[in-house]
Design a protein around this ligand. Structure first.
Ligand code: SF4
Length: 101
């Protein structure tokens, strides 16, 4: 009999956030290239997709927690996430993530 791996326990062991929210991600049904704009390319198409995404909040929390340095996550670019992390550090009770407004 095969031994089953318990993914939540494995995730907790390695401090990995559950990614089950990704199954509802708008970007999973969209051209992935728009979420990784190259220099000079607009990030607006990706941000517009994110604006209508039902998992925007967990996506942004994931990107903030894991310090994603590339691409658009939760409707934000890297420089915007850096600003959010800086703001969170100045409010230690808020943690890395915050409500998407
Ligand atoms: S918020 Fe944007 S990047 Fe995040 S899952 Fe939704 S569409 Fe993808």
């Amino acid at each position: 009999m095969k031994k089953r791996i318990n993914l939540p326990i494995l995730a907790a062991e390695f401090n990995v956030q559950a990614l089950d929210w990704q199954s509802d991600a708008v970007c999973s049904q969209t051209d992935p290239d728009i979420f990784f704009p190259v220099r000079g390319q607009s990030s607006e198409p990706a941000k517009e997709a994110c604006a209508g995404c039902p998992v925007r909040e967990p996506c942004l929390d994931y990107a903030l927690t894991n310090r994603e340095t590339h691409g658009i996550w939760g409707g934000t670019a890297e420089h915007e996430r850096r600003a959010l992390r800086r703001a969170a550090r100045s409010r230690p009770d808020q943690g890395p993530g915050r409500k998407v407004g």
